[in-house]
Ligand binder design. Structure first.
Ligand SMILES: [Zn+2]
Length: 319
């Protein structure tokens, strides 16, 4: 028996019961929120802008302080409008030679147009991207803090992909979205690269967090969905990771699934928007912060980041 448990059984039954049931992972949601604020200070992270360059440099520098190896993939993407965009994926690796690996993915770019904003005057403006872009990056950097403090026993790859949100999702060929994930899928870090499982973390900072099981994930890698939602349940987070099928969402997991990887998407697409498929406890009708100028720091929370961070970290520690 662990000495602490022995002490518990003798002295502090009530307090220890609470201790035993509390999540034991030390993921720091307040720190993760600060990593969102740091990104917002760079302004919109739109490919081809100075804020994009500065943010990419910052992420690489942050991860060089935390990971064993950091690889940048750089290339130029020419859009359907003929614009040449400088692109950068950032791959931070722990135990890079370990065959047993976990892949976590977040997009670090932000959308150039708030095309869902109800105010037509806002629709040509770039979104702030506190949740959409900012939260996934913050999650991965804060995970990096934990993996540096206590290195994982397995290999871990934290992948920051570019160009997820640049163009038109209605384009059947999806030419100007999911750009970085497609580039990574076509340029894997090693020929036989097959992580045990992978997770795309997107829009996970929503202060009104409710994560349904995304549709393509359920089709392509149901065992990964089960592992993630079961892990959340073990931590007492079943209220936030709801074991119900959600809508199917075009996101960075699709190119990775098409490359044969077992990758799912953890996404709170109902970002305060009570619409079909959205949870009943979302705020008042008519609000939707997704792809609007309202995707700001007050719409995300350290508590939500902590919930998702605890789950993401436990998935690694349990291996
Ligand atoms: Zn988006």
């Amino acid at each position: 028996m662990h000495p602490l448990l022995a002490a518990c059984s003798i002295f502090l039954l009530a307090a220890c019961d609470r201790f035993d049931r509390a999540p034991k992972t030390p993921f720091d949601g307040v720190q993760a929120l600060a990593y969102i604020e740091a990104q917002l200070a760079f302004g919109p992270r739109v490919p081809g802008t100075p804020g994009h360059v500065r943010t990419g440099d910052w992420i690489t520098a942050q991860m060089r302080e935390r990971a064993d190896t950091v690889i940048e993939q750089r290339w130029t993407h020419t859009t359907t409008d003929g614009v040449a965009l400088p692109m950068r994926n950032i791959l931070a690796r722990y135990n890079p030679d370990a065959p047993q690996r976990v892949l976590y993915v977040a997009h670090w770019d932000t959308r150039p147009r708030a095309d869902s904003d109800r105010n037509l005057g806002n629709q040509q403006l770039p979104i702030p991207g506190a949740n959409d872009g900012g939260s996934g990056v913050a999650l991965l950097i804060a995970l990096g803090d934990q993996l540096k403090a206590l290195p994982p026993t397995v290999g871990v790859d934290l992948l920051f992909v570019d160009g997820e949100d640049y163009g038109d999702f209605n384009d059947p060929e999806l030419r100007d979205v999911l750009i970085g994930a497609r580039h990574f899928a076509a340029n894997l870090p090693s020929p036989g690269y097959r992580p045990m499982f992978g997770v795309v973390w997107d829009m996970i900072g929503d202060a009104n967090l409710e994560l349904l099981q995304e549709g393509y994930s359920l089709q392509a890698a149901p065992e990964v969905v089960a592992r993630v939602w079961d892990t959340a349940a073990q931590l007492g987070y079943g209220k936030y990771f709801v074991k119900q099928p959600g809508t199917a969402i075009t996101d960075d997991h699709l190119p990775l699934i098409n490359a044969g990887l077992r990758v799912i998407d953890v996404i709170d697409i109902c970002y305060a928007a009570p619409q079909r498929g959205c949870p009943p406890n979302a705020p008042a009708a008519g609000t939707n912060y997704h792809h609007t100028m309202q995707d700001t720091i007050d719409k995300v929370s350290a508590a939500s980041l902590k919930i998702v961070g605890d789950v993401a970290l436990k998935l690694i520690r349990d291996l």
